[in-house]
Structures are given as structure tokens and as C-alpha cells.
Design a protein around this ligand. Sequence first.
Ligand SMILES: [Zn+2]
Length: 570
Amino acid sequence: MMRTKIFNKVTGMVKGLLPFYLFIFLPFNTLAGDPARSALPLGSSKNYEVVPLPQSIVMQKGEPFILEAGVEILATADLQQEAAFLQQYLKEVTWNDLPIVQKRAKKVRYIELAVSPNVKEAEGYILTVNQKGVTIQGGSAAGVFYGIQTLRKAVKEGVIMNPVIITDAPRFTWRGMHLDCSRHFFSTDFVKKFIDLLALHNMNRFHWHLTDDQGWRIEIKKWPKLISVGSQRTGTIIGTNSDIDDGIPYGGYYSQDEAREIVAYAAARHITVIPEIDMPGHMLAALASYPELGCTGGPYQVGHYWGVYKDVLCVSNERVYQFVEDVLTEIMDIFPSEVIHIGGDETPTDKWQQCPKCQALNATFGKPTAQSEEFSPLTSRLSPLQAHFTKRVFDFLTAHHRRALGWDEILDGSPQDAMIMSWRGTEPGAKAAETGHDVVMTPTTFCYFDYQQVEDTQFEPSRCGGFIPIEKVYSLDPAPDSLSTAAREHILGAQANLWSEYMTNEAMVEYQALPRMSALSEVQWTKPERKDYEAFKERLTRLTTFFELYHYQYAKHLWPDRQMPSRWQF
Ligand SMILES: [Zn+2]
């Protein structure tokens, strides 16, 4: 039975890779009791060289540990959830269903999970393998979870495990992935599958872009038209910069219960969901729902095309602040995250310049009433009106013991404790960090995964333009030595963004994410001196067996022998 399964799997692979896959899959046969057929020579560390690469892998002398029937998972009461994940993962890669126990018995070999004071970093772990068993000690349950991720990848390479001590902890505390669910809507099942990918890559922040001009996607009970009106659009522009509307109604939203389900699903995997409500720009869906929130009073319609709309919230209208506070109150109730993303990017001032109320407010700041420069996302400075708006939203969140995070446009005029997401290159982030702001690096030049992975567009489903090959992603150093020591401490980490204008379905999201997400995971986790692109490619090749196992679509440019998905499959 098992042999048949393996055989089918192998024959399903591309011919040229046959020897490689035999190498990987044969060790499973050792479960049937043939320990002589070890996948790797004694002393080899290959199967522990996973993505993201652990900080230290030290091989030990002695006989290997064989993961086979009879081995049990030993975990304390507070680690039962982690034990259940380990049990599930091992079943997926070995078909062996190991029991979970809380008490040690004689003559049983264990995979033992424990939180230990020996591990200094909360997210760190020590993974030890010897003939008698495996232990994962974590600085916290999260550390244990990351040790489990390393173990599951190592076991996929072979159930005969050479003795080793792996000492590991992440370089950065913010290891994020973003997903835009406004431009196109993705099901809760898919969001969970996406979160599984974060877990596989030791990532711990899911930045959920929930609202934008083209659709409001989160239920707000006090403002129900956000869903009944704002979550639907009557059509979508076809292609890039065309003026042809498909006229096909499009919509979708997450109920608060569904959002809570996602929060819990992520939390079980030690991932915090960071909700984003983009304001005061990117608000057309809200304006279509409640036209009184705009400077002109509308009418407005939910956006059909991409780009930046000139209609934004009227920042001199007290009703707008009531709206924002009501929305954020419900958001804070759904999302326990300390950090709440309030957007703040790409906010044209045109409507404010024409609005008597906004101009009257602007005059009270004692500054010129209009920005002379034309709006451009690359050159805009925060207008006094946006600074005023942002400050009020910040103060509201602060009063509720939350921290505001915004795109780097908000830097000018923001309070010192404002967190900045640097997207217009790394320079705004560097500048923010030097002036004491906490920063997450997510520059368009390295981290915009909606951009193409190869220059040749023939097989690329995304029509977004831009070009970010995987080696470019891998080369990012979010906190380079060129920054001062103090500034480097303010760089919390890095994140990649998946904007969904041109990702019309879930397979395309996976394709755009993979395997660049794997490169990003080493940027986030592994110390720069450990990184090596050529060696990474070997590790990545092994990791792709997980993409295959869980049926993720991924780009295969690195493996010319592997068949790329055809365009029609998207
Ligand atoms: Zn106004």
C-alpha cells in the first residue's frame, strides 16, 4: 500500500528529477522496518538545512534516531496544541500517527516538547536529536512551534535522523505577509490556507488589507451599509489601464464571526492578524455607502478601476471621526493585535482644497492653504489636514491601548510612537528609524509580490508590471550596517505585500507568493552571515515538496524541468 503510494508520487514527478525524489521518498520505507536504508550518510546535516535556515546546526556523534511506529509525543499540558500540530504534520509526511502523552514511561522513545529557561529568546528553540529521541525546547510555546516546523521539514527528508543540536532564534520579531482582500475577495478557507504558508515559513504577522476603494470587506455592525453597499461593485475594468468595464457584479465580505475564526486560526499558529483599515484615502467604498462622509456629499460608486481616487474622507467633518471611531472600536473588538494598521497612503488633497469646511480648518493651522505640488505617491508630503486627521486617529487608538501603524506617507508630522511601514523604497524607513520610529521594511523594490517574477511575461499571470525576481527578494537586508546601531534596533522586521488588482483568483495568489515567500523567510529569520543564495536554492528545492504535498501553485522558473502552470489554469 505504502509502496504504491510512493510509486505513484514518484512517477507523477518530472522525469529529470526522478533520482532526486527517490532520494527523498525512499526513507519512508524505513517505517516498514529497514533502518539500513538511510537517506543520508551518517553525519550529514543536509536534512536539517531547511528554509528558513537555522542559525546553528551542530552534528553530533552516535547512532541516528529512527522515527517509526512506537515513538510517542511527550508534551506538558500547556503544549498540547503544539503537540497536536506535530502529530498532524508527521502524519502528513510519514503516514505515522504518533500518540500524544503527558507522562514519561520506561523504554519508550519520545519526541519531547517543553518550554525551557535554557532558551533565552522567546521565539527561539533548541532541537536535539540522538539515538534515544528528539527534544524541542522552546523559549515559549512559539519557540517550540518553530522547532516543530524545522522538525517536520527534516523528517520529510528522511525518518532516519542523524544526531544533531540545532540552536535557533529569529533575527527579526516582525516577520510578515500581507494580503489584499479588497480588490479581489478570497474565501476564509483560502485565507486559512494562506496562513498555513506563513506557519511553514516561521512568519508571525498576517497583515490583512480589508478595505479599499474597490470593496469594503469587514462587517461593521454600527454602519451596515459598508457591507450592503460597500462590499459590492457593479463591474471591474478589464486588463491594465483599459476603459472597458466588464459590467459583472463583484463582491464579498467577512462577517465578524468569520474574522474571529481567522484570528483564532492564526493565533493557534503563533501568528498575529494585523487588520488594516486604510484612511483617509482609499475610502471610496465607504463613501459610496455613506456619501455624507465625503467633501462633496457624492454620489459615489464603489471603484471599478485601480489606482488612486481623488475622493477621500472629509477631515473637517465631525461625523467622519464618529465613523472612524465606531469602525476602529469594532475592529479592536475582533482583533486582539496591539498594532492596528490605519493606512494613510496615497491621499490626494484635491477635494480638501475645494471644500470650504476643510479650507477653514486648514486656515487654523496657520500654514498655506494648499499644496502647490501635484499629488504623487512618490513625492507627497503629509498635508497639515492629513496630519491633523492622523493625529486624532492615533490618539484614539492610544487611548485604547493600541498602537497605530501606517504607510510611510504618515511619517511627516506623526507622533514619535507611530510605527511606519516603509513601502516607497527603504529610504523612508531608514529615515524613520534614525528619528526613533519603529519600522517594518516592505519596499516596492524587494517586497511587492504582485510584481512579475521574470521579465518575460509569457507565463506570468500578473499584469501588474514591475519585476522582482526571487534573488532580489533574497538580497534584501532590512537593517543594513549602513544604519546607526540605534536605528537598526528600530527596524522590527520585513514583510511582503500581495496587492490583488491583478490576482483574480486564489491560485494566482499562491503563484505570486511562491517561492518568493521562502526567500523572504530567510530575510526575516536567518542572520545575514548565514545567508547564501546558491545554498538557499538547494534548500528551496527540498522545501517545494511541501508546496506539492499541499497543492500550492508556485512559480517554477528555478527548475526548468518542472512544468509551469499554464495561463488557463489561473
Ligand atoms: Zn472636506
